[in-house]
Design a protein around this ligand. Structure first.
Ligand code: HEC
Length: 220
């Protein structure tokens, strides 16, 4: 009885191996694990994320260096103690990681908040206008996010080297990374104002300053 069972099993195994054709390759395991461990759900609007996270985080970097005038004396402020550098690091990490939260679709402003988008010459875009701009070109939105992340990474490196001089430059890069996104999505009126100025200058003097020319491009 025992032997018959074994024989049957053996025959079955040989048959299935013979008729089954090529065995399917084992599923490759992803080399880096899953892209995300779970869903990402936003808590606040972009506006609140700015106010309560990215803006305070940037102050840790902005305020770390500067010139303070106390009782008529100029005093250069710069990180000295380990604690000072720790604050800069907290700012850099919060910026580099936190700015990725802007990749989660979320409202731009709390419900009912229309920004300063009404009146004859509104200073700011409405949340709906910002959303439309983003949806028309998400690649640009992501580029602005990556630009700020890069400054965060730059500051992290500076903290490792405790390089005060570079911290000054990084502060400027940080300011630009914030402004470059704001002028595109929040108050592009400033851009419009520059265009208006250009047109006026051209009318008056036949001048046409070219603000789009990149360094290194041949002048026409
Ligand atoms: C990828 C784009 C982007 C980047 C980068 C960015 N912001 Fe913003 N920020 C916005 C947008 C869009 C708004 C306007 C949201 C709204 O009011 O609907 C805003 C609004 C703000 C506000 C106004 C908040 C309020 O309560 O009115 C502050 C402050 C701010 N940002 C600070 C910063 C700082 C500081 C940085 C750099 C460290 C920065 N932002 C980087 C997109 C960006």
């Amino acid at each position: 009885m025992q032997t018959t069972l074994w024989l049957l099993l053996l025959v079955g195994a040989v048959l299935s191996a013979g008729c089954g054709g090529p065995q399917p390759a084992p599923k490759p395991t992803p080399p880096h694990g899953p892209e995300l461990w779970g869903d990402l759900k936003p808590v606040v609007s972009v506006k609140e994320l700015m106010r309560d996270m990215l803006d305070p985080a940037s102050d840790y970097v902005f305020d770390s260096v500067g010139t303070v005038i106390t009782k008529g004396r100029r005093v250069e402020k710069e990180p000295k103690t380990d604690e000072d550098w720790e604050r800069v690091r907290i700012g850099a990490v919060t910026l580099a990681e936190g700015v990725y939260l802007l990749k989660i679709p979320r409202p731009f402003a709390p419900p009912g908040d229309e920004n300063n988008s009404t009146g004859p010459e509104p200073e700011e875009l409405s949340p709906a206008q910002i959303k439309a701009k983003l949806e028309a070109d998400p690649v640009l939105w992501n580029a602005k996010i990556e630009a700020l992340r890069n400054v965060g990474l730059e500051v992290l490196e500076i903290v490792k080297r405790k390089d005060v001089k570079e911290l000054w430059d990084a502060g400027e890069n940080l300011d630009q990374a914030c402004e470059n996104c704001h002028i595109e999505y929040w108050y592009p009126g400033d851009k419009a104002l520059l265009k208006k100025l250009d047109r006026r200058l051209e009318e008056l003097y036949g001048l046409r300053p070219d603000r789009t020319r990149k360094p290194g491009m041949d002048p026409k």
